[in-house]
Ligand binder design. Structure first.
Ligand SMILES: NC(=O)c1ccc[n+]([C@@H]2O[C@H](COP(=O)([O-])OP(=O)(O)OC[C@H]3O[C@@H](n4cnc5c(N)ncnc54)[C@H](O)[C@@H]3O)[C@@H](O)[C@H]2O)c1
Length: 358
């Protein structure tokens, strides 16, 4: 591992090229579910990006993705990606328990970093990673892609502009079509840190304020094996914000009709809501009923555009030397909320986020 930020300065992006000609050179660590989504975005949708190399513990997965996306090199390890002098930005798509070490290593090597959520399961690990990023002066963006979804961005605009007056109540519904494999559940850090984390980020983003109290009710209703692994598969989180807004997050690991992603905010002058997205808009009417096809089944289809938009935003932030739109602190606060939510469930009482700070 590189150990001296002073001798590994942040790689300057060549000033000789004009902005439109600049390209950011990426290395990807992890060729699993989300690694595949990001590799395809970089290859086919982002002319300002070029992937130089990819690594995965499962070399076959890396090789087949490299072949599909025209990535010229498959590296042996994440460390080899980070050490490659041609790589300016590292995209961390490996499992969560690897994120903090890769962030520290990449920061010390002067690489800009896009890291999937969450940064880590523990606040100590997150703080270690964020300290390395700060010391190296590199850019970090955390993969909270829902901020870049057109529907949620419109809801945020409505709250920020005062279109619906002062927000009073918010309801976030966020249900997966089916639980991930138990092998994933066991290393995920639990439902709050793995799944609700997106909704905690959404809650902060949409209301534009911080939560001061969290109360959780949860259960195991989908699969007893999830309970045996120490996790929950169903939860309702009740939150109060500092500005008085009251909000709920409704999570399930199994909604048989598909990926259920909705938000409603009631304000003093009206309400705004956003519903599910569908592969088509067709509605069939018969003499007895009306029906339509099911919503998009999961995140890869539902959030395709937001994944492309978040990587475009990161690439532009690096090339134009701007702050990233989802910072390290934005990565940390939802983990605090997730730990508080679990504590509330365990202790059957409302928990304030500051109670779980180290
Ligand atoms: N933003 C989102 O919507 C979103 C969606 C899915 C997953 N994620 C996050 O992305 C991360 C990966 O999740 P996934 O669903 O793609 O998991 P996955 O299991 O499908 O893929 C992870 C890949 O990383 C590889 N890997 C493991 N250790 C490695 C190492 N040390 N070096 C290189 N490769 C390694 C594995 O072989 C696997 O191919 C998790 O942190 C998860 O929380 C985010």
């Amino acid at each position: 591992m590189a150990d001296h930020p002073a001798t590994n300065p942040v790689r300057p992006i060549s000033c000789e090229r004009t902005l439109s000609e600049k390209k950011l050179h990426f290395g990807i660590i992890g060729a699993g579910r989300i690694g595949r989504v990001h590799a395809k975005t970089l290859a086919f949708r982002l002319p300002q990006a070029q992937t130089i190399a990819i690594a995965d513990l499962n070399r076959e997965a890396a090789e087949s993705l490299a072949a599909h996306c025209g990535i010229p090199r498959v590296a042996e390890s994440g460390s080899e990606i980070i050490a490659d002098p041609a790589i300016e930005a590292v995209l961390i798509c490996s499992p969560t328990e690897t994120h903090a070490d890769f962030i520290v290593e990449a920061a010390k090597a002067g690489k800009h970093i896009f890291c999937e959520k969450p940064i880590a399961h523990s606040l100590d690990e997150i703080d270690r990673a964020l300290a390395a990023v700060k010391a190296a002066g590199v850019k970090l963006q955390v993969g909270f892609n829902r901020r870049f979804d057109a529907n949620f961005a419109r809801v945020r605009q409505s709250v920020a502009s005062g279109e619906i007056g002062a927000p009073h109540l918010m309801h976030i519904v966020s249900r997966d079509p089916a639980p991930p494999p138990l092998s994933y559940i066991r290393v995920s850090g639990g439902i709050f840190i793995d799944m609700t984390i997106h909704d905690f980020d959404m809650a902060r983003f949409l209301i534009g304020d911080e939560v001061e109290e969290i109360y959780t009710a949860g259960g195991v209703m989908v699969d007893p094996e999830i309970g045996k692994a120490g996790d929950l598969d169903t939860a309702l989180v009740l939150m109060r914000f500092r500005n008085g807004v009251i909000a709920t997050i409704d999570n399930s690991r199994k909604a048989v009709y598909g990926y259920d992603q909705r938000v409603e905010i009631l304000g003093s002058e009206g309400k705004i809501e956003t519903g599910n997205c569908y592969p088509n808009q067709a509605v069939v009417s018969s003499g007895k009923t009306m029906y339509r096809d099911l919503p998009f089944n999961f995140f890869m289809e539902r959030y395709t555009e937001s994944y492309a938009a978040e990587l475009r935003s990161f690439t532009q932030a690096v090339l134009e030397n701007r702050q990233t739109e989802v910072t390290g602190i934005d990565g940390r606060i939802p983990v605090v909320m997730a730990i508080a939510a679990r504590k509330s469930y365990d202790e059957h009482r409302p928990v304030r986020p500051e109670e779980v700070e180290a």
